[in-house]
Design a protein around this ligand. Structure first.
Ligand code: ZN
Length: 290
């Protein structure tokens, strides 16, 4: 009797676990949004899709904005994370409202590089991404975020939001080693030749700075430790923002790959189960995958 009761309990536990599973086989559901970008989205979306799938954690759908923008209505609510590889025209009001609702209720968002250029006039979106660049952004968009003397500082100096010098390899420095996305990564590591986004501006609310990159004036940089990887809490929603990843070659940098994969898992479910791979870059050596 006792045994069968235990069996029944075990069965019930299985049933509960199954019904709580986010997708078939317990996989997390990711949606990549693309379709317009001043960057090579046709090249990078398949790479992002492959990187998500190779974790063994995600199923991936892609929503590409149609020519008739009023028909763009993805069902965000069925996904644990939306990966934004988009910099283009405004979504319809109904879609913007659905996305805000999805995020407030605990959705996940990953912002890739040029995706923080989009939607300069959508206040809620700018709160989600923390910081953005270009698109007419300036001091009215919010402060710049700097890492000075061991802490995050908001800088309200006036000026345009968003700049970068010539592409070069640069070093990332971890500023929150205990965050699940960063746990186990080296304190310093080299990122492959890329644009070092600088002077980004935005609301910068509920923001956690994970890593910065020093924008060397010798490379046309600002002389500041610029935010490179950060998270934002928006309602119950989690956002991972990486300014890395200009084009396909940058998506082969192991530092980009690993922080993207871990950031996507964290945005989807608030924890990271992935191990740090042996080929992760070091403080002075870039590491690339074929
Ligand atoms: Zn770029």
């Amino acid at each position: 009797m006792k045994t069968s009761w235990n069996h029944a309990l075990a069965g019930l536990a299985t049933l509960v676990a199954l019904s709580a599973s986010p997708a078939q086989g317990g996989l997390l559901k990711a949606l990549i949004v693309d379709g317009q970008n001043n960057h090579n989205w046709r090249g990078t979306t398949p790479v992002l899709e492959k990187l998500l799938k190779e974790t063994g954690l995600f199923t991936v759908d892609v929503a590409t904005t149609p020519a008739q923008m009023d028909q763009f209505k993805p069902d965000f609510a069925q996904y644990q994370v939306v990966v934004l590889n988009y910099n283009g025209r405004d979504w319809p009001a109904e879609t913007r409202a659905a996305f805000e609702k999805y995020m407030r209720a605990g959705g996940g968002l990953v912002v890739i590089h040029g995706a923080d250029n989009t939607f300069p006039s959508w206040p809620e979106f700018n709160e989600m991404i923390g910081l953005g660049g270009w698109g007419g952004r300036n001091e009215k968009s919010g402060p710049m975020v700097r890492w000075r003397e061991g802490r995050l500082v908001l800088d309200n100096a006036p000026g345009a939001g968003g700049t970068h010098g010539a592409q070069h390899a640069f070093q990332l420095v971890t500023r929150d080693p205990r965050h699940p996305i960063m746990e186990g990564l080296p304190e310093k590591w080299m990122h492959a030749t890329d644009e070092l986004y600088s002077k980004l501006r935005g609301p910068a609310k509920n923001m956690t700075l994970l890593a910065t990159a020093y924008a060397d004036p010798k490379k046309g940089g600002t002389g500041e430790h610029e935010p490179a990887l950060f998270t934002i809490q928006y309602g119950q929603g989690r956002i991972f923002h990486t300014v890395l990843g200009h084009d396909v070659p940058q998506h082969a940098c192991v530092g980009f790959i690993v922080t993207f994969q871990r950031g996507a898992e964290w945005a989807a479910r608030g924890k990271v189960t992935q191990k740090v791979p042996a080929d992760f870059p070091t403080a002075d050596q870039v590491s690339m995958r074929k």
